[in-house]
Ligand binder design. Structure first.
Ligand SMILES: Cc1cc2nc3c(=O)[nH]c(=O)nc-3n(C[C@H](O)[C@H](O)[C@H](O)COP(=O)(O)OP(=O)(O)OC[C@H]3O[C@@H](n4cnc5c(N)ncnc54)[C@H](O)[C@@H]3O)c2cc1C
Length: 403
């Protein structure tokens, strides 16, 4: 978004809210807080626009949350592709599952647009800046902080140098493994044993002609993982996979692993897959030991992660932003309290963590060959059940409707 390298914010400049990470959680929270009159700084590690390993499917819950924030019309101007149906391929067979009402949009376009909306609402956005929250003990030692009581301090690193910013509330929206909390004792993000790795790639429109029609979510599954493909707003096909590291090794690399996965499932592999650049993630499924701290709230993937088979990670991130923004504002205006932290944890548990049970169950099925075979056969006989499951993970929880 910036054409020039980021400037380092003034040392110990004070903000109402400092938001780390400009994914859907961070940027939506920034929009909501800036509109509510708070002075907001968003700090993003990568230069925007940037790609992201993601299936790029925005489910109905995510769309409802954007509509609630008066943002859905803006998203529509990016011309996302409406998705209608998932074709699940497994063991040379296909199961069509109706999934009307979804949208496919590249993360490059969507995240950049949403960060732009935060700026339009009054937030300051700095990309190419990496943030680390400093331990509270540093506050006690710092002469600068004496002049800035009731703040949390964050170190900001850019190519031009580093500085320390202070904020009444810090929202940690930095995704998988919450790297910005590395210096905080007690905050760790533990991957589940055997957690799958995320892989992502993009095939241009020319490279993927006659493959994956617009509006289709093409999903290939085998015992080593699964990969989804969807055509996005610029005509290219986005690929996103969750695979076992053993499957990557056995195939001889990430690209070969994706090729093998499609072939085993019974999907023709486009020629360009032989040379496509594949990006990877850290192990996916994980839990964070803490969701809040003093003047700190964690949102989105920073709170933990469940495999994204039905495409709801962005909706969960936006749910957290919708819940966190009013509580953060209350902490800024009325002062911080542990009651506020507890309220956020409770709301997050009710609106997101409980919902993730369905997806945990799904990923459990997908990682057990015999159960996958059985479920696939059952879903082919009763396709209505698969549709009902999809509708279940799409609904907006009452708690968010009320907040
Ligand atoms: C294979 C795969 C497929 C998926 N498919 C879907 C799907 O189809 N639909 C769906 O809804 N979800 C999907 N997800 C999940 C979705 O991508 C995430 O749940 C969602 O992006 C979480 O949003 P977030 O804002 O919490 O974090 P992110 O989107 O990860 O954003 C975090 C941001 O923080 C920045 N950052 C990190 N560290 C720092 C730092 N120290 N300082 C400053 N900035 C920092 C990062 O650069 C990044 O921009 C998928 C995920 C994977 C891995």
């Amino acid at each position: 978004m910036n054409d020039h390298p980021a400037t380092v914010p003034a040392d110990s400049e004070r903000w109402d809210a400092l938001i780390i990470g400009a994914g859907p959680a961070g940027s939506l929270a920034a929009v909501l807080l800036a509109r509510a009159g708070q002075r907001v700084l968003v700090v993003e590690r990568h230069k925007f626009p940037r790609p992201k390993v993601c299936g790029c499917c925005l489910n109905q819950r995510a769309q409802q949350l954007l509509r609630r924030a008066d943002l859905l019309t803006g998203l529509q101007t990016l011309q996302p592709v409406s998705t209608q149906q998932m074709n699940l391929h497994y063991n040379q067979q296909t199961l069509p599952i109706a999934m009307p009402g979804g949208l496919a949009i590249s993360r490059r376009a969507m995240d950049s647009w949403l960060a732009g909306e935060a700026v339009a609402a009054g937030a300051t956005f700095l990309d190419e800046c990496s943030a680390e929250v400093l331990p509270e003990s540093c506050d006690a030692d710092s002469a600068a902080t004496a002049a800035l009581p009731e703040c949390r301090r964050v170190q900001i690193l850019t190519a031009r140098g580093s500085s320390v910013a202070a904020a009444r509330v810090v929202l940690v929206c930095d995704g998988l493994g919450h790297p910005s909390l590395a210096q905080l004792p007690g905050f760790s993000s533990r991957p589940q044993t055997g957690a799958r790795i995320g892989l992502g790639a993009v095939l241009s429109a020319a490279e993927s002609a006659d493959w994956c029609s617009p509006g289709e979510i093409l999903m290939a599954a085998d015992t080593g993982g699964y990969c989804g493909a969807v055509r996005t707003e610029d005509g290219s096909v986005n690929l996103a996979a969750a695979v076992d590291s053993a499957a990557i090794q056995a195939a001889g690399g990430p690209r070969q692993c994706l090729q093998r996965l499609f072939a085993t499932a019974g999907v023709r592999v486009p020629e360009a897959m032989g040379s496509v650049q594949v990006r990877g993630t850290v192990p996916l499924t994980r839990r964070s030991t803490r969701l809040t701290g003093h003047r700190l709230l964690l949102l989105g993937d920073a709170t933990g992660y469940v495999e994204p088979f039905t495409g709801e990670g962005m909706a969960w991130a936006m749910t957290a932003a919708t819940l966190a923004a009013p509580l953060a504002r209350s902490g800024i205006i009325n002062g911080w309290s542990t009651a506020l932290q507890q309220q956020y944890e409770r709301q997050l548990r009710d609106a997101v963590v409980r919902e993730q049970t369905v997806c945990r169950m799904l990923s459990g099925i997908l990682s057990r060959p015999w159960l996958l075979r059985l479920t696939f056969a059952a879903a082919r006989m009763v396709p209505v059940a698969a549709g009902a499951l999809v509708r279940r993970v799409n609904r907006v929880p009452n708690l968010v409707e009320r907040s």
